[in-house]
Design a binder for this molecule. Structure first.
Ligand code: SAM
Ligand code: SF4
Length: 354
């Protein structure tokens, strides 16, 4: 099943042959990555967002959330912890908070790259490609921008009028800029079914991504979808496993949304084709306010102790928590004609959604 058809995918996704699916995914993962599990330290530096995605606890209209923004010095210090703990990648993540100018983010990236030999992943949302070009020049290595769903109408409804084509265009643009690009979907969003998920998977496989993040929908209080049912964890694990077989060389994280719905869900993911874990190294006093959904960052325990627990649980599975940067072995296409310098000003975009 190297390039499964929609029919093959439908067979596996329905759970008819889980044992064989998960075993094949594990074999493919091992053949590409051996025993290594790549660790990425996430620094969630702002929970302010100008968007209103109906599924997300950080949405602008959620007035119940205590908002925070870390200063550039605080962000760089948090990254020092990531490097000191031997993690090869830091992921800088935030809501779509455009109060950080392109220059400010660029300076943060340059400072991190000056201090540490680690990869920098950006998960900042819908910033301009000119900004991403500038940040690439500052040393950013990777960008993560999830499609969430490939169903255009649903995307535009759930993301309150954001354009699906623009998101897709941005992902393609990031590839041309030479980023290692990650994308992904939320499994079990309201008004989706198995066919939607299969189509999403086919779309993701055509995008030739370096990283593919699959996680179940977790209903979040104070959002319009608070009372919708959660996504099916088993289905989400099957989707990751099939994506592993479709895209052997992609990094596939065992997402925190798995753990939020099923204790130990991330470990299960590592036995079923996933090869990456992304522990939060956001400072303790802020971490629980990065409340995308319940179960995410709920603990205020010391970040380093928590990281050690994650490393130990990986080792207990006979796998190796890796210190490497953990790039995808895919070869990267770089379009030299793409813009690589800041062009124009970086005026904040305002929220589109009422
Ligand atoms: N603002 C940036 C963006 O949207 O790309 C990055 C931060 S956003 C909080 C990171 C991811 O959280 C989103 O891409 C989405 O997939 C995920 N997410 C948000 N709400 C979720 C929910 N209720 N269940 C599962 N995943 C969710
Ligand atoms: Fe903001 Fe990202 Fe959450 Fe949407 S998913 S509300 S853009 S943080």
């Amino acid at each position: 099943m190297n390039t499964p058809s929609e029919r093959d995918i439908l067979h596996y996704i329905g759970g008819a042959d889980d044992a064989s699916l998960f075993q094949r995914a594990d074999t493919v993962r091992r053949s590409v990555f051996g025993d290594e599990v790549y660790l990425r330290g996430i620094v969630e530096f702002s929970n302010v967002c100008n968007k209103n995605c109906q599924y997300c606890g950080l949405r602008a209209h959620n007035r119940k959330l205590k908002r925070y923004r870390m200063t550039p010095d605080e962000i760089v210090s948090a990254t020092d912890v990531v490097a000191r703990e031997g993690l090869g990648t830091v992921v800088l993540q935030s809501g779509d908070d455009f109060s950080y100018s392109a220059r400010t983010i660029g300076d943060i990236i340059s400072r991190i790259k000056d201090r540490h030999d680690i990869a920098v992943t950006l998960s900042l949302g819908d910033r301009g490609l000119d900004e991403y070009a500038y940040w690439r020049d500052c040393g950013a290595d990777r960008a993560l921008l999830k499609l969430e769903t490939g169903h255009v109408k649903l995307y535009e409804r759930l993301r309150c009028g954001e354009s699906f084509q623009e998101r897709l265009h941005r992902i393609e643009g990031l590839k041309r800029l030479g980023y290692e690009v990650g994308s992904g979907i939320i499994v079990g969003l309201p008004d989706t079914d198995i066919l939607t998920t299969v189509r999403d998977m086919v779309l993701l496989s055509h995008l030739e991504l370096d990283m593919i993040a699959i996680g179940p929908f977790v209903p979040s209080p104070a959002t319009p979808l608070a009372f919708n049912p959660a996504g099916d964890v088993e289905l989400s694990l099957r989707v990751s496993a099939i994506m592993r077989i479709l895209c052997p060389q992609a990094n596939i994280p065992a997402t925190s949304a798995l753990d939020a719905l099923l204790p130990g869900g991330r470990q299960t993911g590592l036995l079923r084709g996933c090869n990456v874990v992304m522990p939060s190294l956001t400072p303790e006093h802020l971490r629980s306010d990065y409340a995308i959904y319940p179960g995410k960052n709920m603990t205020e325990h010391n970040a380093v102790l928590k990281l050690n627990t994650v490393k130990e649980s990986i080792a207990r599975m006979g796998l190796v928590p890796s210190q490497s940067k953990g790039s995808s072995p895919r070869r990267h296409y770089v379009d030299q004609s793409a813009p690589r310098r800041p062009s124009g000003d970086y005026a904040c975009r305002t929220a589109q959604c009422g």
